[in-house]
Design a protein around this ligand. Structure first.
Ligand code: MN
Length: 133
């Protein structure tokens, strides 16, 4: 066994996120594994863009309050201890409420040439308000 090196906390890029979001990738794949693990911290009101994952994604909330929202209007509230699975190809976003931070672990499998995430357009303030009120 070995202690895995962990990269420094990275600010999530503005092209893919709204608001201030910080990412710690704590596991990258060792072949033949394809597992990628990260801890993502959203400040109040911050969220991902719309996106999908080629092989799906598991989110596990560790702190705060947030949401996962799909294109069909389904809203799942995230609280500490809550786990949400998004299946392959399902377009969705995740983020914090406007009143609280939200932290989740994100587990997904890479596709060989990246993490398999297809990034789409930002979640507008109108879409955010509609989903979260
Ligand atoms: Mn996702």
């Amino acid at each position: 066994m070995e202690l895995e090196p962990v990269a420094p906390t990275a600010k999530a890029p503005d092209e893919r996120f709204t608001g201030d979001v910080y990412v710690d990738i704590f596991h990258t794949p060792r072949e033949p594994s394809r597992l990628i693990g990260s801890l993502v911290r959203f400040t109040p009101g911050a969220r991902t863009n719309w996106h999908s994952h080629a092989l799906g994604q598991t989110l596990h909330c560790t702190d705060g309050e947030g949401f996962v929202v799909s294109r069909d209007g389904t809203v799942i509230r995230l609280h500490p201890g809550g786990t949400v699975w998004t299946p392959p190809g399902e377009e969705h976003w995740h983020g914090a409420t406007d009143a609280h931070l939200m932290c989740h672990y994100a587990l997904l499998e890479g596709t060989g040439d990246g993490d398999g995430t297809t990034w789409l357009e930002p979640v507008t303030d109108e879409q955010y308000q509609q989903a979260t009120t």
